[in-house]
Design a protein around this ligand. Sequence first.
Ligand SMILES: [Cu+2]
Length: 171
Amino acid sequence: MKNLLIIVLAFFVGTSVFYLGKQKSHQNMHLHNQKIGHKSLMVVDPYARVSSSSAKSGAIFFTIENGTNFEHRLIGAAVDVAKKAELHTHIVNDDGVMSMVKIKDGVTIEPNSKVMFKRGGNHVMIMGLNKSLMNGDKVSLDLIFENKVLKLEVLVDNKKTAKKHDHNMNH
Ligand SMILES: [Cu+2]
């Protein structure tokens, strides 16, 4: 009887060690996978624009590069220089008229891909500016993702032209 108990105990200890070991290797695999996507989630080439120094609103543009193997979703934004920051995009109606609309469900950046926020497309709209923005001024921008917040400093650059090759890099 005593022997049987020992055998049963040994069996349980054995299986739980095996199970823990399995879990650990699974966790390692998970971390390893994340590493394969050479980079993290990052924002490149950000800049802000205002139409004039007396403007009450402006827009911020950038490219989000998702170098991870996980989907990320941008769901909101905040800035220090304005009351409100919203994710906007442009739509063209049946008459060919372009207008701005608020993005409701956020913007998904697929694993190992990028999404551009560019002129005539997606942008962060900043509304209710509490100071006039000039070329070279700094704006603190928080990009709010589902799982994290990326904080960045963006320069106002009213002279920046919309790059031609932007159109080819839409996808
Ligand atoms: Cu807008």
